[in-house]
Design a protein around this ligand. Structure first.
Ligand SMILES: NC(=O)c1ccc[n+]([C@@H]2O[C@H](COP(=O)([O-])OP(=O)(O)OC[C@H]3O[C@@H](n4cnc5c(N)ncnc54)[C@H](OP(=O)(O)O)[C@@H]3O)[C@@H](O)[C@H]2O)c1
Length: 368
């Protein structure tokens, strides 16, 4: 156990220190200043075994006896924010399938920009782990609405970090490759200097920093990229739809990244959430890398369509409001360090995902 830390400059750092058995008087004063009764004492107590899927409570199983450090001696409770989104929905599915207790809160159930609402929700549900999938993800619109993007992508995780500190919970916060400049030629290591080129990227970086500063010993920031899944909009699902509508498609061949299936990412977020030693920044993407053009050709192949219908083009032919990174490949050093094997390669993941993506496109294709 470490001694009192004079270097703790933030309120939440002090709260974390208290949870490590440090300087209770200072934390008590701090809590009184914050208008709280004081830091919670003792065990977390009993909680309802409910899966509130977007406000619809459903009884699900629990995850007892799986042998991970955070599982002992009591069962583990998860809370997912932004549960109505592409990744948030997949997280709920994954956690429920694994038999965890999980509360999923969509935007309507919990607005992460509200300090009070976040604190109330966390005190009510007392999760062991919060997975923050809530985000402002409209990359182009963020250029004109930077303050809104900051509210959701920076203030939101800040609120969650403070509330997690107050209940002794852990926070897994999802971030993005857009924190980098995108002009590298080798994979970005977790330690590479961020240099966002967009308002969205700046807001996400601010969120990462808030989490890292306020909850350093109980948080993981997971950067990912190029997501696709059964829910929501994605480049892959758009390609499936456009194959039916267009004879040929122009797709940029000068943007390189790692297509990542939300199912694989959700599994890895659970792995990280369950390891109390997994703190700091992690990059999580499917292995390998490719260009948008090659990805589109692969999607057409899987559809049984002629990949030659995908014509290579350059980014500067499609001027976007927000600059897209040319190179978004992320290295996976930190996962390896905590004993997590690389996710499967992107082609294998896409092949397995494909029947599900097709089904989703058939039933709700109008949404993409
Ligand atoms: N999609 C990608 O390719 C990609 C790539 C890299 C990183 N990421 C990161 O991955 C995470 C998940 O992204 P996603 O693709 O699942 O995004 P998404 O589908 O847009 O989901 C985000 C969810 O957050 C909700 N939300 C927005 N404002 C909120 C608020 N104030 N409080 C609570 N919820 C709020 C949204 O609800 P409404 O729709 O009702 O506003 C939406 O359901 C994000 O952190 C994103 O930055 C995504």
């Amino acid at each position: 156990m470490r001694g009192p830390s004079r270097s703790c400059t933030t309120t939440a750092s002090l709260i974390v220190s208290r949870q490590q058995g440090i300087d209770p008087a200072a934390v008590g004063r701090l809590w009184r200043r914050l208008g709280q009764r004081g830091p919670r004492e003792g065990p977390l107590g009993t909680r309802p075994a409910l899966l509130c899927r977007l406000g619809q409570p459903t009884l699900v199983g629990t995850a007892e006896g799986t042998g991970f450090d955070l599982m002992k001696p009591r069962r583990m409770m998860w809370l997912v924010t932004g549960a109505g989104g592409m990744l948030g929905g997949e997280m709920l599915t994954r956690l429920a399938a694994d038999g965890h207790e999980v509360v999923g809160l969509g935007h309507a159930e919990l607005d992460v920009t509200s300090t009070t609402a976040v604190e109330t929700a966390l005190r009510r549900h007392r999760p062991d782990v919060v997975v923050n999938c809530a985000a402002y993800t409209k990359v182009d619109e963020a250029e004109a609405s930077e303050s809104e993007a900051f509210e959701i992508n920076a203030l939101g995780p800040r609120n969650l970090a403070i509330a997690c500190a107050s209940i002794g919970g852990r926070l897994v916060h999802v971030s993005t490759d857009y924190v980098f400049a995108g002009d590298a030629v080798t994979p970005y290591d977790e330690d590479c200097e961020p240099a966002p080129r967009t308002a969205y990227g700046r807001s996400k970086l601010a969120g990462e920093q808030a989490v890292g500063e306020l909850l350093p010993h109980r948080s993981a920031v997971v950067r990912t990229a190029w997501l696709y899944g059964e829910r929501g909009r994605s480049f892959v699902r758009t390609l499936i739809r456009l194959e039916r509508e267009r004879e040929t498609l122009d797709v940029v061949a000068d943007q390189r990244g790692q297509p990542t299936w939300t199912v694989d990412l959700a599994g890895r977020l659970v792995d990280i959430g369950r390891r109390s030693t997994a703190t700091g920044i992690f990059h999580v993407t499917n292995s390998g890398d490719t260009t948008c053009w090659d990805l589109a050709r692969e999607v057409f192949r899987l559809l049984g369509a002629d990949p030659e219908r995908i014509c290579p083009t350059a980014t500067d032919r499609f001027p976007a409001i927000a600059k897209r990174p040319a190179y978004s490949v992320l290295g996976h050093r930190r996962c390896a360090e905590v004993g997590l094997a690389p996710l499967r390669d992107w082609q294998s993941a896409l092949r397995v995902a494909f029947p599900r993506l097709l089904r989703a496109e058939e039933t709700e294709g109008h949404q993409t």
